[in-house]
Write a protein that binds this ligand. Structure first.
Ligand code: SF4
Length: 288
């Protein structure tokens, strides 16, 4: 689990003990973690108008200044769990806009982080694939930043495409993909190259987990995305000698451990986890 998510969960649990708390949007895209918070009485609201507690937490994904102003106007106490690396992305976007660039974000339009990144802008575009780039209008200055959990390889490809499409525009790219995401992606590539089967653990709606699945899929033909150990199927390991295991940034260690135990149980060629440190066929590629 990356430090941003870990700190945000710790802050939520701390404030849950102090009194009723509502989280604005999913703190993390992981059903196991969300279940733990729910058990501690924490509620989740997708919009500030639905908040019924006096204290509101902004998630690690951050939010816009406009939304913060609305919460203040409602008299709510705001607990900020925004990851410092999301703050870096916010500052980069604000600088681009201030310097007269038309902002283009590489990311998922409706993702809470992207809504936060664009929430203070009057004009912007969000692109996720080549089709989106083809639909862009020309601007004399285009400033590109990315959702922190996008695969850098894909972001660079789309920036190149924007430059090709608008050769007369000044296109400036600010790399806002966070370091934990980059480290995880490069470790996953190294692991997927050696594995016959790769298991990626994480929530279905976690962007960085889905990006890991796509990245591993470019280097290994048999990639499976699971949320918990219950999703693991024995037939996935038929004839496999090396199984790769990796997880999204918001996946708790105990969930990964249970998936690892399940794989070793189902795959007769895998030694028990204790033996794996001394040269296992289970390659744990990107644990922090
Ligand atoms: S994925 Fe990156 S930006 Fe997001 S919370 Fe983790 S460290 Fe922060």
């Amino acid at each position: 689990m990356c430090f941003g998510v870990r700190d945000a969960i710790a802050l939520a649990l701390e404030h849950a003990d102090a009194g009723p708390l509502t989280i604005l949007g999913d703190l993390v895209h992981n059903p196991t973690v969300l279940g733990t918070l729910e058990a501690r009485g924490v509620t989740v609201a997708q919009d500030i108008t639905h908040v019924k507690t006096a204290t509101l937490m902004v998630t690690a994904h951050g939010t816009s200044e406009r939304t913060l102003a609305r919460t203040r106007a409602l008299g709510l106490t705001v607990v900020e769990a925004t990851c410092p690396l999301v703050h870096v992305a916010h500052r980069a976007v604000a600088t681009l806009a201030r310097e007269g660039y038309h902002v283009v974000i590489v990311g998922q339009r409706n993702h809470v982080e992207v809504r936060g990144l664009t929430g203070d802008l009057d004009h912007f575009d969000v692109v996720l694939d080549e089709g989106d780039v083809l639909a862009l209008d020309e601007h004399p200055r285009i400033g590109v930043a990315a959702q922190t959990t996008q695969a850098l390889e894909k972001v660079r490809h789309l920036v190149d495409l924007i430059r090709q499409r608008f050769p007369d525009s000044e296109v400036r790219f600010v790399d806002t993909v966070c370091k934990p995401t980059k480290d995880r992606q490069s470790a996953a590539i190294e692991m997927a190259r050696q594995a016959d089967v790769v298991i990626v653990v994480g929530g279905q709606s976690s962007n960085n987990t889905r990006e890991l699945v796509k990245t591993c899929g470019r280097y290994c033909a048999r990639v499976h995305h699971v949320q918990t150990e219950a999703d693991v199927r024995s037939e996935w390991f038929d004839g496999a000698e090396v199984v790769g295991l990796t997880a999204g940034t918001s996946t708790p260690d105990d969930v990964i451990d249970r998936v690892e135990a399940r794989i070793t149980q189902l795959s007769p060629t895998c030694p028990a986890p204790e033996a794996s440190a001394a040269g296992s066929t289970l390659a744990a590629g990107s644990r922090p």
